[in-house]
Design a protein around this ligand. Structure first.
Ligand SMILES: Cc1cc2nc3c(=O)[nH]c(=O)nc-3n(C[C@H](O)[C@H](O)[C@H](O)COP(=O)(O)OP(=O)(O)OC[C@H]3O[C@@H](n4cnc5c(N)ncnc54)[C@H](O)[C@@H]3O)c2cc1C
Length: 217
């Protein structure tokens, strides 16, 4: 679920301090909160749960109503209350990210194509971006891949203006392994964030990065 807190420094100082200037991860028991600060003091919060695939439309939480659009409508308040039941006993500062969110809660079910998804060359047709390699956002690379796919496809078409079949092959030969690597990273990071002993794996991950940075400094 995606939530927003606007003008946080002035209107939500506790949340602003909690998220800080970078990113917040508060994970455990295969669920949690992730957040970051966007321009203009906007806090962008994701509340993550591991659920059956149809959970967002199952009625467990009513995401259909937008209330008044200010986050104070009945249906938004009910959705918040329902979401809070998944976080009984969690720190009040984290629960307040839900309570204080403005606007409707937006469900963002996470889907992924199989790692290494490919297709046979098809004359005149190819795919790029999420259509080619949908993955969970845990490598933070989906938009980057979509942009480089577009640039590579354009370059291939420009390089082979008389042979579109060859242009598509050149593009796909570069795109498939790039997407596979990121899809594997994304799947591994998702596992890291939502295992039974989280946040242990995540802490080890960052500690290994720190150790590597110190070694190569
Ligand atoms: C919660 C979340 C967090 C993310 N965080 C990051 C991140 O930190 N970094 C990162 O790089 N990526 C991130 N991503 C992934 C990123 O958003 C996507 O990989 C990226 O938007 C893919 O771009 P795209 O152009 O391929 O597809 P899309 O952005 O999905 O664009 C496809 C467009 O086509 C339109 N469309 C669909 N069908 C039709 C039709 N029949 N006719 C006309 N239009 C149509 C859709 O409405 C849409 O506008 C995140 C994704 C999610 C869900």
């Amino acid at each position: 679920m995606e939530l927003h807190l606007y003008d946080a420094d002035n209107r939500h100082p506790r949340a602003a301090e909690l998220v800080g200037d970078g990113s917040l991860f508060a994970l455990g028991d295969e669920k949690g909160f992730m957040g970051h600060r966007d321009a203009g003091g906007l806090l962008h919060i994701y509340v993550a749960l591991k659920t059956p695939a149809d959970w967002a439309t199952s009625g467990a939480i009513d995401f259909t109503g937008t209330g008044t659009g200010t986050g104070t409508g009945t249906s938004t308040e009910q959705a918040k209350a329902a979401l809070l039941t998944y976080f009984e006993g969690w720190d009040d500062s984290l629960r307040a990210l839900i309570t204080d969110a403005e606007g409707p809660l937006v469900a963002r079910p996470i889907h992924a194509l199989p790692i290494g998804h490919r297709w046979q060359p098809t004359p005149g047709v190819t795919l790029l971006g999420d259509a080619a390699h949908l993955m969970s956002p845990f490598a933070g690379e989906g938009a980057n891949l979509a942009m480089i796919d577009g640039a590579d496809l354009a370059a291939a078409l420009a390089a082979h203006p008389d042979d579109f079949g060859k242009a598509l092959r050149v593009y796909e030969d570069g795109m498939f392994p790039r997407a596979e690597e990121m899809a594997a990273e994304s799947a591994a990071n998702l596992d890291l964030c939502f295992t039974a002993d989280t946040p242990r794996g995540l802490l080890d991950f960052f500690a290994a990065h720190d150790a590597e940075a110190a070694r190569t400094a």
